[in-house]
Write a protein that binds this ligand. Structure first.
Ligand SMILES: Nc1ncnc2c1ncn2[C@@H]1O[C@H](COP(=O)(O)OP(=O)(O)OP(=O)(O)O)[C@@H](O)[C@H]1O
Length: 230
C-alpha cells in the first residue's frame, strides 16, 4: 500500500477549480518534488494532504486513511498557512510543540536552532523572513513523522541557507518517511528528489521517477518545468 495516495482528487474554491482529477501515489522512503507554475494547485494539494482543507471530491489516503484525526500524528506540515503567533519567543514555540506533539524531539529542534544561529529568547516577529523559515522548518523536522509536507520551506533564504536546509533534510531523512516538498527553486532540489510531480492548471502534467524523467526527456528537472509549464 502506498503511504500517500490521491484518486481523482478534485478541489474547487467556489467556481474556481484548483485541482482537477489528480491521481498520484508515493511510497515511504521517498523525497517527492512538487513543482508547477503559480496558481497550479501545489499549496492546495499540500493543505489537502495535511487535512487543513477537507472539502474535496475524490479520495485521499494517508497510510490508508482519509486526512484528519487519524492521520494528524503521521503528518508534519510546514506552510505559511499554519504559523505560531509572532509575539511568541522561539522557546515558547518549542514548549508548545513539546506539549502538543508526542513525536516532537526537543533536543533535535534545539540542535537545529543552534546550527542556524537562532537564540531561543528571540521573538518570532523580530526574526528576518529567512530566519523565520529556518525556525518553522526546525519545528517541523524535529517531529518524527511518517510524512513531511514542506510547502516552500526555502522562501526568502539565501543560497547558503538553502544548502544548509537541504543538508538538514538529508540528515533527518529516514527510510520510513515520505517528504513532499514544493519550491520554485527547482535546481536546488535536482539531486535531492527521487521523483517529481508537475502540476499545471490543477492537473498532473507529469509524474515519475526523477532519473527516468531526466533520461526520457534528455533534460534536468528545471528545464522540464519550463517545458511542462508552457
Ligand atoms: N482560499 C482560496 N479561495 C479561493 N481561491 C483560492 C484559494 N486558495 C487558492 N485559490 C486558488 O486556487 C488556485 C491554486 O492555488 P494554490 O495556492 O494551490 O497554487 P500554488 O501552485 O501553490 O501557487 P503559488 O506557486 O503561487 O504558491 C489558484 O487559482 C488560487 O487563486
Amino acid at each position: 500500500m502506498p503511504l500517500v495516495e490521491c484518486r481523482n482528487l478534485t478541489k474547487a474554491y467556489g467556481k474556481k477549480t484548483a485541482l482537477a482529477d489528480v491521481n498520484f501515489s508515493a511510497d515511504a522512503g521517498q523525497v517527492v518534488g512538487l513543482f508547477g507554475p503559480n496558481a497550479s494547485g501545489k499549496s492546495t494539494l499540500m493543505a489537502l494532504l495535511a487535512g487543513i482543507i477537507n472539502d474535496y471530491k475524490g479520495e485521499i489516503l494517508i497510510a490508508g486513511q482519509a486526512p484528519g484525526k487519524a492521520t494528524k500524528d503521521l503528518v508534519a506540515y510546514q506552510s505559511d498557512l499554519v504559523r505560531l503567533p509572532d509575539y511568541y519567543s522561539l522557546k515558547e514555540g518549542l514548549d508548545l510543540y513539546d506539549n502538543f506533539y508526542p513525536d516532537f524531539h526537543r533536543d533535535r529542534a534545539e540542535g537545529f536552532l543552534r546550527d542556524f544561529g537562532l537564540a531561543e529568547k528571540d521573538r518570532i516577529k523580530r526574526l528576518s523572513r529567512g530566519s523565520q523559515e529556518k525556525y518553522f522548518l526546525s519545528l517541523t523536522l524535529a517531529r518524527q513523522a511518517q510524512v513531511y509536507l514542506l510547502d516552500e520551506p526555502m522562501n526568502g533564504l539565501d543560497p547558503r541557507a538553502r544548502q544548509d536546509i537541504l543538508d538538514q533534510l538529508i540528515r533527518v531523512y529516514t527510510p520510513e518517511a515520505l517528504t513532499i516538498i514544493t519550491t520554485h527553486m527547482i535546481s536546488d532540489l535536482e539531486t535531492l528528489v527521487d521523483s517529481a510531480l508537475y502540476l499545471k492548471e490543477g492537473r498532473v502534467a507529469l509524474y515519475g521517477d526523477a532519473e527516468d524523467l531526466r533520461q526520457a526527456h534528455g533534460t534536468g528537472l528545471k528545464d522540464l518545468f519550463m517545458e511542462v509549464s508552457q
